[in-house]
Design a protein around this ligand. Structure first.
Ligand code: AMP
Length: 286
């Protein structure tokens, strides 16, 4: 496995791989890798990638002023070991100055899809995400890129950006990887004390309740929303949103629904947690 931090060396390595007939697979991350990230590595190989690239970059542009940029976990040595063990070919670890040199003044912004939910609660977040991912796509070149559906809205935003800008990238969304008990794996879970970790299960409990109601025939969006909300409100310190939305457009649904995604964001202790489930499609969190 190779590691590069220079932008042009990274671009050259991806170009070389393609010239040798490889299909490049890209897994962008902020490091502090866990089984959720490593499942994306497996997925990119399943999608035909023969040269697998993981990027590790804690992107300052996507953090708000009061967010956790300063204390975001950084575990590069373990990340490199985990990548090597999983059969990654190249890890790209640029620094802030290389990605955003003096004079940098160009941003990518997706409009409607970024407005609600994470966009409303984290102003500027998606602008930071789309800008860095557009740069990573530009450096990597034609590839298949895998993102986690844990960040469901982010995945939809990046699909939109890629389509709208005709970028030569196939964007894939991979299902959420959960811990035993149902908590969605997240680098931020390490902020949680044992008591907070227990309370964090309120999110997956809310999703499970909604999924069970769906399985029992409930199709009313307002009823499903309230069923999901109960366990989240009981457990979390505060709730940013619990919503039942169209899985493609992310528009809030009302009345009787035939396809629906439950989206949740809530604060537990020092962590802001997100989770989601497509009713009747995704497995029950267990
Ligand atoms: P992050 O390092 O948190 O920016 O995440 C990098 C990628 O891993 C994103 O595409 C995330 O959606 C994905 N990811 C993080 N946690 C999970 C998880 N539990 N299941 C599936 N994908 C995940």
């Amino acid at each position: 496995m190779e590691r590069v931090s220079e932008l042009e060396a990274f671009r050259a390595a991806c170009d070389r791989a393609r010239a040798a007939g490889e299909r490049v697979g890209l897994v962008p991350t902020m490091g502090a890798l866990h089984d959720g990230h490593l499942a994306l590595v497996d997925e990119v190989k399943r999608r035909g990638a023969s040269f697998v690239v993981v990027t590790v970059f804690v992107n300052p542009l996507q953090f708000g002023a009061n967010e956790d940029l300063g204390r975001y976990p950084r575990t590069l040595a373990q990340d490199l070991e985990a990548c090597e063990a999983r059969g990654v070919d190249l890890v790209f670890t640029p620094d802030d100055g290389a990605m955003y040199p003096p004079g940098f003044q160009t941003h990518v912004e997706v409009e409607g899809l970024t407005q609600p939910f994470e966009g409303a609660h984290r102003p500027g977040h998606f602008r930071g995400v789309t800008t860095v991912v557009a740069k990573l796509f530009g450096l990597t070149g034609p590839c298949v890129a895998v993102f986690g559906r844990k960040d469901y809205q982010q995945w939809r935003v990046l699909e939109r950006m890629t389509r709208d800008l005709n970028l030569p990238v196939e964007v894939v969304g991979h299902p959420i990887v959960r811990e035993e008990g149902g908590l969605a794996r997240s680098s931020r879970n390490r902020y949680l004390s044992p008591d907070e970790r227990e309370r964090a299960l309120g999110l997956s409990r809310g999703l499970r309740a909604a999924a069970q109601a769906w399985a029992a025939g409930t199709r009313d969006a307002a009823a499903l929303t309230e069923i999901a909300r109960g366990p989240v409100e009981d457990a979390a310190d505060s709730v940013d949103y619990v919503a039942v939305v169209d899985p493609t457009t992310l528009e809030r649904l009302d009345g009787t629904v035939s396809r629906a995604l439950v989206l949740i964001a809530a604060h537990v202790g020092p962590a802001r947690l997100i989770d989601n489930l497509e009713l009747g499609v995704d497995p029950l969190p267990a």
